[in-house]
Design a protein around this ligand. Structure first.
Ligand SMILES: [Zn+2]
Length: 132
């Protein structure tokens, strides 16, 4: 197996531990009870900015409650030979909070939140208001 060199930051034993963890493609897609689902995540290397393939993201997905799942993972960038820690909180409203040096950054894994029954009623009410 092609492995990262035993450098300052990365030891072979650490790599062995990390690569023994499940890859993100075995953890995703994750479907929440409300039907919204996380199919994939776009993750880039903090050093070089290149996209990290899912098979190089190892970690665990913890279901915290029915609205939230937490992903804790290690990213292996073979391009610049670094290992980075990645933590994200996935929410069933289509948002994902990603831990950065400055705190949490909100992004979306889904272009729009799923349409709920409540949305349908609100739309109906708006349409009804226009009529009267
Ligand atoms: Zn990189």
């Amino acid at each position: 197996m092609d492995i990262l060199p035993d450098g300052d930051q990365v030891s072979e034993s650490l790599i062995n531990v990390i690569t023994s963890l499940p890859t993100i493609d075995t953890l995703l897609p994750h479907t929440f009870p409300n039907g919204s689902h996380v199919d994939s995540l776009s993750v880039s290397c903090i050093e070089c900015g290149s996209n990290i393939p899912h098979e190089n993201i190892h970690g665990k997905l913890e279901i915290r409650n029915k609205h939230t799942a937490q992903l804790q993972a290690h990213l292996l960038c073979y391009h610049c030979q670094v290992v980075a820690y990645y933590e994200a909180r996935l929410h069933d409203d289509g948002t994902v909070l990603i831990r950065t040096e400055g705190g949490w950054t909100e992004e979306r894994y889904s272009p729009q939140r799923p349409v709920t029954l409540q949305d349908h009623f609100l739309k109906l009410i708006e349409t009804a208001k226009k009529l009267f």
